[in-house]
Each structure stands twice: as structure tokens, then as C-alpha cells.
Ligand binder design. Structure first.
Ligand code: AP5
Ligand code: MG
Length: 190
């Protein structure tokens, strides 16, 4: 199964993706997590990524596409995956499509987690207090939301037109959201 989970910052992509990927026995690939690790390791990629991430801006598509292209070639992803945080722009979605087509693969389902802005901000500020992620300040959260709205939201229609989009109400407890997500995914595969 090949899944792309969509939703604004704080929608619960990471929280839900981890659980769904474990249940489906497929790897969870989060570009944000990959990049945060690269920043912590001070690798060449990390050094390039740091300032973009701290400002809440997206990295250049080229950089992300090189990263994902290399990652998806690994054997781990041969029988399915759950992508979280990628694609995030129209060029990334198109590049993913060609990358999959080369292998005769396609995306089976794109769950979109829907959460109101006020709740997104509340969650991310809450996480800032616990985890101290460097992009969880009020100013950067606002920027990330704006970037989502202009650069990533168009992918909702892109995937809707491909008949793979499924909307999932993302508010309520993580368990409740997971039940809805699980149902949506099962309904598609069945
Ligand atoms: P990324 O790491 O992808 O961040 P994001 O999209 O801003 O989303 P988050 O990870 O903050 O939120 P989430 O939806 O995963 O929610 P979570 O489960 O954590 O990207 C970070 C940066 O990397 C980007 O800004 C960019 O610079 C760069 N980047 C990454 N990918 C890129 C790409 N493809 N192209 C270019 N640049 C890229 O939940 C959030 C909080 O809410 C947590 O505290 C959680 O415990 C809590 N929570 C979750 N569910 C619930 C619930 N149901 N009720 C209450 N609280 C909840
Ligand atoms: Mg995340």
C-alpha cells in the first residue's frame, strides 16, 4: 500500500502516520524528521536545511527531490510506504508521480487531516513547551500555516482529481482520529 498523508502543520500527520504505518507494516517516511535528524547531525544537507526550517519556509524542491529520490530507491520501500510531509508543492507531486510511474507504482490513498487553524496553533504551541522544536514559535507557526495555504493546499485538488483524496476530520482525541483514518483507509482498500 502506498499512502501520502496530507494536512497543515499540527494536523497530526506524524502522530497518525506512525500508528497507521505500524498497523499496515509499511515504513513511515517523514521528510521533516529526516531533515531534523540531518540538522542535528550537522550534515551537509542539515546545514542547508537549518535556516529554511527555522523560518518555516520550504526547502528548494531540488534538494527535497534528491533526498526522496535516493531514499525511495532503498529496498525498505519496495512493498509500500506512508509519506508524511512530502509532496508539499505541485512540482514535488509531479516528480513523485514520475518516480512512481517508472516502477509501475501509484499512490493508493491520500488522507487529508482537517483541523481548524486555532486548534493547529494551540497544538503546536503546546508541543513547543514539551519538545522545544525550533519552528514551534508563534511567529514561525503562522508562517508555516501561510506556506501550507499557498504552496501545499493546491495538492488537495490535485489528488482529488486523481480520485485518491479522502477527507478525515482531524479533531478529537488522537484515538478517535485514528479510528476515522483507519476506516477511511480500509474503505479504500476493500
Ligand atoms: P514537517 O516536520 O513536515 O512539519 P509540519 O508539516 O509543519 O507538521 P508538524 O510535524 O508540525 O505537524 P504534524 O501534522 O506532523 O502533527 P503532529 O502529529 O506532530 O516540516 C518541517 C519543516 O521541514 C518545513 O517547515 C520545511 O522547512 C521542511 N520540509 C519538510 N518537508 C519538506 C518538503 N517536502 N519540502 C520542502 N521543505 C520541507 O502533531 C502536532 C502536535 O499536536 C503534537 O504535539 C501532537 O502530540 C499533538 N496532537 C496530534 N494529534 C492530536 C489530537 N488529535 N489532539 C490533540 N493534540 C494532538
Ligand atoms: Mg510531523
Amino acid at each position: 500500500m502506498r499512502i501520502v498523508i496530507l494536512g497543515p502543520p499540527g494536523a497530526g500527520k506524524g502522530t497518525q502516520a506512525k500508528r497507521l504505518a505500524a498497523e499496515l507494516s509499511i515504513p513511515h517516511l517523514s521528510t521533516g524528521e529526516l531533515l531534523r535528524r540531518a540538522v542535528a547531525d550537522q550534515s551537509e544537507l542539515g546545514q542547508k536545511a537549518k535556516s529554511f526550517m527555522e523560518r518555516g519556509e520550504l526547502l528548494p524542491d531540488r534538494l527535497i527531490l534528491d533526498l526522496i529520490g535516493e531514499e525511495l530507491r532503498k529496498k525498505t520501500y519496495a512493498s509500500g510506504f506512508l509519506l508524511d510531509g512530502f509532496p508539499r508543492t505541485a512540482p514535488q507531486a509531479e516528480a513523485l508521480e514520475s518516480l512512481l510511474a517508472e516502477r509501475d507504482w501509484k499512490i493508493d490513498i491520500v488522507p487529508l487531516l482537517q483541523v481548524e487553524d486555532q486548534e493547529l496553533v494551540r497544538r503546536l504551541l503546546g508541543r513547543a513547551r514539551i519538545e522545544g522544536r525550533s519552528d514551534d514559535t508563534e511567529e514561525v507557526i503562522r508562517r508555516r500555516l501561510a506556506v501550507y495555504n499557498t504552496q501545499t493546499r493546491p495538492l488537495v485538488d490535485y489528488y482529488r482529481q486523481k480520485n485518491v483524496l479522502t477527507e478525515v476530520h482531524g479533531q478529537g482525541t488522537p484515538d478517535l482520529v485514528y479510528d476515522r483514518l483507519r476506516l477511511a483507509v480500509k474503505a479504500t482498500v476493500a
